[in-house]
Ligand binder design. Structure first.
Ligand code: BG6
Length: 473
C-alpha cells in the first residue's frame, strides 16, 4: 500500500547502519512501488560532501546485481545531501529551507544517543519540526534507567510521545508480527496459552558471529544491554501479553508494559553469564575487546518469572550469545505432558512443543506425538507439523527486512511496532538491579568455547529444574 509523500531526513546517513539496513530498505520499498514519486530523502552528516559524491555512496549501499539500473537512477534522484553540525549551528538553515510544507516530515536519528537531545532541540528551534513530524531513534536507548529517563525528557521537550518512534528492529521481523497473528487471529492456541497448559517457554537468540569490530561499544554494553533489555524483552512481551482489545499502538503497548511490570526480580542463581574463549581459529572475546581484563558477558541465560494470573508457575527461559554454534532465533512453547498415559510401557516422548522460528527459515513447527508406524505395537514417536513460510507462502512477496517495514510505518504514522517511553524505562528498571549485582560482586562470566552452546552454567540452570534447552543448530 503506497504511503503519502514524505521528506525523510536521515541523520547519520553515511554511518554503518544506514549503509547496511536503511538505504537498502528504502530502495526495496521504492522498487515495490510504495513511495509517492514526489518523496525525498535528505542524507545528513557532518562530512562536507557534494550531492554526487553522496549519491555514489548511496548507490554503493544499495548495490545488488539483480537491481534494475533505471530504478536505481530514479531512486537516486530522490536523494539529496546536507552537511550539518549536529551540536553546532552549521547547516540547520539549509535544512529548514529544504523542507516542504504539507509533506510528511520524518527525522531519523541513526546516531549515538548523546546526539538525540541536541538534534531534537535544533529541529525545534529552527522551526523544522512541525506538530505532525515524526522523530525516529535507534537503540541503544540509554544504558540504564536514569539515562533512558534523560533521553525521554530531552525528546519530549521538543516532540510529543505520539511523534517519537523508538526502534527495536526485532519488532519489524515478519515472524515476530506473526506471533501476534498466531495468538490473536486463531482460536486454537489462546485457550491453551497459560500456566495450566504450558510448562515453560524458551526464548533463544543465538548468534554465530563475534563482536569483532564493535568491541568498544559492546564492552560497555554486554549481552544484557545489547540484546536482553530490548530484543528478548520484546519477544517475551509478545509471547506473554494479554490480548489487546484492538490492534492499535497504545492498546498493544499497554499490554506489553503490563508484562514488564509483572516481571519478578531475577535472583543471581537463576542467571548464567558467559564470555567466549578462543577455539580453533577464532579469537576470544578478550582478543576482540578493547579491555584485556573485561568481565563483560557475551552470553546470558536466565529464568524469568512473569508474576500474574496467566503465567504464575510457568518460567520463561531466555538465552542469547555471540560466537555460538549456529545462528538461531526462536520461541519454543513447551506444553505440559498429558496428565495420564494410557499406553503401558511407553515413555512419553518429547511432549507438544510449538516452535516459532524467527531466523533462519522463518516459520512454525508443532511437535506432536504419534504412533510409531508398523507392527511393533503401540509405541510412540514424534512427528511434526511444519510450516516454513518460504514454502507455504510461495507466491507471497518475499518477507521484507525489519527496517523496511518499520520505516514505512513511521511514514504511515503507525507506532504499534515501536517502543513507548514507559516501556523502555520499565525494561531498564527490571534490568538495572541485575547489572548492578554483577558490578557490586565483581562477578566474572564463565568461559565457553567459540562454536559451543554456551557455558556449563546455562545447562545447569535448566538441569536443576529438570528441563533441557533445545539444541542450537
Ligand atoms: C543488534 C545488536 O541490535 O541486533 C547486535 O546490537 C546483534 O549485537 C543484532 O548482532 C542482531 O540482529 P539480527 O536481526 O541479526 O538478529
Amino acid at each position: 500500500i503506497p504511503v503519502s509523500a514524505f521528506d525523510l531526513v536521515l541523520f547519520g546517513a553515511t554511518g554503518d547502519l544506514a549503509r547496511r539496513k536503511i538505504w537498502p530498505g528504502l530502495f526495496h520499498r521504492f522498487v515495490a512501488g510504495q513511495f509517492d514519486e514526489s518523496s525525498r530523502i535528505l542524507g545528513v552528516s557532518r562530512s562536507d560532501l557534494d550531492r554526487e559524491t553522496f549519491q555514489a555512496r548511496v548507490a554503493k549501499a544499495i548495490e545488488d546485481p539483480t537491481a534494475d539500473k533505471a530504478q536505481v537512477a530514479k531512486f537516486l534522484e530522490l536523494v539529496d545531501y546536507i552537511s550539518i553540525d549536529a551540536t553546532g549551528e552549521r547547516g540547520w538553515e539549509a535544512l529548514a529551507n529544504a523542507m516542504r510544507p504539507d509533506t510528511v516530515r520524518a527525522f531519523y536519528l541513526s546516531v549515538a544517543p548523546n546526539f538525540f537531545g541536541p538534534i531534537a532541540r535544533r529541529l525545534e528551534r529552527n522551526g523544522i519540526a512541525t506538530p505532525d513530524s515524526r522523530i525516529v531513534v535507534e537503540k541503544p536507548f540509554g544504558h540504564d534507567l536514569e539515562s533512558a529517563k534523560v533521553l525521554n525528557a530531552e525528546l519530549r521537550e521538543c516532540f510529543q510521545e505520539h511523534q517519537i518512534y523508538r526502534i527495536d528492529h526485532y519488532l519489524g521481523k515478519e515472524t515476530v508480527q506473526n506471533l501476534m497473528a498466531l495468538r490473536f487471529a486463531n482460536s486454537l492456541f489462546e485457550p491453551l496459552w497459560n500456566s495450566s497448559q504450558i510448562d515453560h517457554v524458551q526464548i533463544t537468540v543465538a548468534e554465530s558471529l563475534s563482536v569483532e569490530g564493535r568491541g568498544e561499544y559492546y564492552d560497555h554494553s554486554g549481552a544484557m544491554r545489547d540484546m536482553v533489555q530490548n530484543h528478548l524483552m520484546q519477544l517475551l512481551c509478545l509471547t506473554a501479553m494479554e490480548p489487546p482489545s484492538k490492534f492499535t499502538p497504545n492498546a498493544v503497548r499497554n499490554e506489553k508494559l503490563k508484562v514488564i511490570e509483572a516481571l519478578e526480580p531475577v535472583p543471581m542463581q537463576d542467571i548464567a553469564r558467559g564470555q567466549y574463549r578462543a577455539f580453533g581459529e577464532q579469537g576470544s572475546y578478550l582478543d576482540h575487546s578493547s579491555n584485556p581484563n573485561s568481565t563483560t558477558e557475551s552470553f546470558i541465560a536466565m529464568k524469568v518469572e512473569v508474576a500474574n494470573w496467566r503465567w504464575a508457575g510457568t518460567p520463561f527461559y531466555l538465552r542469547t550469545g555471540k560466537c555460538l554454534r549456529d545462528r538461531v532465533s526462536e520461541i519454543a512453547v513447551y506444553f505440559r505432558n498429558p496428565p495420564h498415559m494410557i499406553f503401558p510401557g511407553t515413555e512419553t516422548p518429547q511432549g507438544n512443543v510449538l516452535v516459532i522460528r524467527l531466523q533462519p527459515d522463518e516459520g512454525m513447527t508443532l511437535h506432536t506425538t504419534i504412533k510409531d508406524p508398523g507392527p511393533g505395537g503401540m509405541r510412540l514417536t514424534e512427528a511434526s507439523l511444519d510450516m516454513t513460510f518460504a514454502d507455504s507462502l510461495k507466491d507471497a512477496e518475499k518477507p521484507q527486512d525489519a527496517y523496511e517495514r518499520l520505516i514505512m510505518d513511521v511514514i504511515r504514522g503507525d507506532q504499534t511496532l515501536f517502543m513507548r517511553g514507559d516501556e523502555v524505562e520499565s525494561a531498564w528498571a527490571w534490568a538495572d538491579p541485575i547489572i548492578q549485582g554483577w558490578t557490586e560482586s565483581g562477578a566474572k562470566p564463565q568461559q565457553y568455547d567459540v562454536g559451543s552452546a554456551g557455558p556449563e552454567d546455562a545447562l545447569l540452570l535448566m538441569h536443576k529444574d529438570g528441563r533441557r534447552w533445545r539444541p542450537i543448530g
